[in-house]
Design a protein around this ligand. Structure first.
Ligand code: BDR
Ligand code: CA
Length: 304
């Protein structure tokens, strides 16, 4: 039986790879995709997400989400993904439109009508998820778990300590970590290791149409390089769903710093239990890198 999934995303080049995996991994059943402002504006992440769904002829509804973080202006990552958020490939025109309701409403409706609990996966800032939990706490019962790409138990990639997705909307992340939901955090501790090799990247165009398209996007992606290898942050959250055994997790108390002049957006991961607080997340601290690469090769070979 495949797992029902809702994916909240801000495509984003590594998001595009994650969307490929969620669509083609036989263990996963994507029921709804929602967009959020992050790597670029929400208008662009929505346009990119629709282009990807069209490219893969996927019959999955999409709802557009928050245009800005809860309390702060958006700071984007166009320096990593290009001005469009998915630089490097010319997608063909299509007529697809987002649903006529906002992301948090669409997620709520799906959860309330699902006959079984659904896994929420968030690979952008946590704005939509925080809105969902504050507006519709009654739907929490049908969230099997929340798997996120975000945070770090060590250094950051946006500020010295903060990872991008958490740093962009720390207030949303803080609410989510305080919500009591079962959370799996795939942060930089594992995603910085999730590197696709230059050899694999070079062979992608011969794999299939998806490989050709991803290769074109990857050539414009700035988290690593085609010559030294590329970090597939968001793919890690999907890998966790399909291959949990390649991750080492530790239950920890995680707090999100919202106040610090230099540290806002930092995930304080209490690995040694020094704060005496109950664990609120399973934090991924180890990754079988070869196992990850094998799985990526396997799932992308199944794509169009
Ligand atoms: C995260 O930030 C974004 O730029 C990526 O898409 C990923 O979700 C990595 O820190
Ligand atoms: Ca992302």
């Amino acid at each position: 039986m495949s797992q029902p999934i809702i994916l909240d995303t801000d495509p984003g080049i590594d998001d595009a790879a994650a969307i490929a995996a969620v669509l083609f991994a036989p263990e996963l059943d994507l029921k709804l995709m929602t967009t959020v402002a992050g790597n670029v504006s929400v208008e662009k992440t929505t346009r990119n997400a629709l282009q990807l769904l069209h490219f893969w002829q996927a019959d999955v509804p999409l709802a557009q989400g928050a245009a800005a973080p809860l309390l702060r202006p958006l700071r984007d990552a166009a320096y990593v993904h290009g001005e469009s958020g998915m630089e490097g490939y010319d997608f063909i025109d299509h007529q697809r439109q987002p649903l006529a309701k906002p992301a948090f409403q669409a997620i709520r409706d799906l959860l309330m009508h699902s006959p079984e609990p659904v896994t929420l996966v968030a690979i952008g800032p946590l704005t939509n998820i925080a809105l969902l939990l504050s507006q519709y706490p009654e739907c929490q019962f049908n969230i099997r778990r929340l798997v996120i790409m975000g945070g770090s138990a060590g250094r950051g990639n946006f500020t010295p300590n903060a990872e991008f997705n958490i740093a962009i909307d720390p207030e949303a992340a803080a609410r989510v970590f305080q919500s009591g939901l079962p959370i799996v955090m795939c942060g930089l501790d594992v995603t910085n290791q999730a590197v696709l090799t230059p050899e694999y990247l070079a062979a992608l165009p011969t794999l299939n149409k998806t490989g050709e398209m991803l290769h074109a996007l990857f050539s414009h992606y700035r988290s690593g390089s085609m010559n030294s290898g590329l970090r597939m942050h968001d793919l890690c959250a999907i890998a966790y769903l399909a291959r949990p055994e390649i991750f080492t997790l530790k239950p920890c108390f995680v707090a999100v710093e919202t106040q610090g002049t230099y540290t806002a957006g930092t995930t304080v991961v209490d690995i040694e239990g020094r704060l005496g607080q109950p664990a609120n997340a399973e934090v991924a601290l180890g990754l079988d890198v070869e196992g990850f690469r094998r799985w990526v090769a396997e799932v992308l070979a199944l794509a169009l």
